[in-house]
Design a protein around this ligand. Structure first.
Ligand SMILES: Nc1ncnc2c1ncn2[C@@H]1O[C@H](COP(=O)(O)OP(=O)(O)OP(=O)(O)O)[C@@H](O)[C@H]1O
Ligand SMILES: [Mg+2]
Length: 363
């Protein structure tokens, strides 16, 4: 299980793909390396690998793409095939239950074909072991029969390129990781890069958008193109229903206010967690389970869904003594930290427990 699997599907800022994403993503995917925005380092490295292979007229080394969801791993794998002018076969770790499933796929590959193995960390152990040999020697042993009479029939494979994608590179067994000639680590995108993603997608979706409007969406997209594209679609709805369809910063801001995605990309749950930490516990430290009860969520939801982004944004820190808020958290919610001297036992501000207690913009 990846930590992303537990995200509620209806969350607008989840990086996991929902049904609507899958339907439109194909249309929004850049087709060639030159159209792929950002990830400069991976792009340059990959471009060298591909050019060299093309020049030699042979299949390039196997490629591993690792990084959080929605950053363009699937997109890049399709670009690899397109740049090589090679066909691509798409499958995933969970789809390969038995080594035999993998043998069937491998033995039907054409010479130079790209095999895209998504979620490669979720493959079964026997399939994984078969893959080692296939990657290294372009050969598989097909076992026929059972027990002492079983024989291994070696099967030659045509040269192919495996492109593996994973959100959890750390879970890959080292022998598998070592068999990739190149590993591209995808990073979260800078706002300026996401702004270009939004512009590009808006053009493809026939949405008129000005630079400030694109910047507004980019800033709320949590470094993730998939989220940027999704927010763009929600902003487009708002612009078309409530206005003339043109997306400006003001329209984007108002639209995303309706969807409760704030200027930094936090949603309702993120703000509830942060708000409780600040208002009820004076910024912490407070234990995870206490914090979860305070927001009426499971500890797991708080830990796996809300916290990773809050930590990444430098708004919350996990310490051995509990969760604590950073100065940036107080600032983001427009609250003033209590006086250090007056900060005693938790809760620091008991009156906040009173029904109808002090209100702030977040209530
Ligand atoms: N560099 C980029 N430039 C433009 N669009 C991008 C870029 N990276 C990703 N996208 C867009 O973001 C969406 C998600 O990308 P993609 O499906 O490749 O992510 P992923 O890393 O495979 O995610 P997952 O881990 O969930 O499989 C696609 O619609 C794609 O068009
Ligand atoms: Mg993918």
């Amino acid at each position: 299980m990846s930590p992303y699997d537990s995200e509620p599907a209806d969350r607008l800022v989840t990086a996991a793909a929902d049904g609507e994403d899958q339907a439109v993503e194909a249309a929004l995917r850049p087709k060639l390396l030159d159209e792929f925005i950002g990830q400069e380092r991976v792009r340059e490295q990959l471009s060298l690998v591909l050019q060299a292979a093309r020049r030699r007229g042979s299949a390039p080394d196997h490629v591993l793409l690792s990084g959080p969801p929605g950053l363009g791993k699937t997109t890049l794998s399709m670009i690899i095939a397109a740049e090589l002018g090679a066909p691509i076969r798409i499958t995933s770790g969970p789809a390969i239950q038995h080594a035999g499933d993998l043998a069937a796929i491998l033995s039907s590959l054409a010479e130079g074909e790209v095999l895209f193995l998504d979620e490669i960390h979720r493959m079964s152990r026997p399939a994984e072991e078969m893959l080692y040999m296939a990657m290294e020697d372009f050969r598989v042993d097909v076992i026929v029969g059972k027990g002492p009479g079983a024989t291994a029939i070696p099967l030659e494979l045509p040269p192919f390129t495996l492109v593996g994608a994973t959100t959890r590179a750390g879970l890959l067994p080292p022998p598998l990781r070592d068999r990739f000639g190149f590993t591209g680590h995808m990073e979260f995108y800078a706002p300026a890069e996401l702004q270009r993603v939004v512009h590009r997608s808006a053009a493809l979706l026939d949405v008129e958008i000005d630079p400030a409007g694109a910047a507004e969406i980019a800033g709320r997209s949590r470094g993730t193109p998939r989220i940027a594209n999704r927010l763009l679609r929600r902003v487009r709805d708002y612009a078309q229903v409530r206005h003339d369809g043109v997306v400006t910063a003001e329209i984007a801001g108002r639209a995303l206010e309706v969807y409760e995605v704030d200027a930094r990309g936090l949603d309702r749950l993120d703000r509830a967690v942060l708000g409780a930490l600040l208002r009820l516990f004076g910024g912490g430290p407070v234990g995870l389970s206490t914090l979860a009860v305070a927001v009426g969520e499971e500890a797991e939801t708080v830990e796996e869904v809300a916290e990773p982004f809050l930590v990444r944004e430098g708004l919350l820190a996990r310490t051995p003594r509990g969760r604590i808020a950073t100065a940036a958290a107080w600032q983001h919610l427009g609250l003033v930290p209590p006086d250090r001297a007056g900060r005693g036992a938790v809760p620091a501000q008991p009156e906040l427990f009173a029904p109808g207690g002090p209100r702030s913009p977040e209530n």
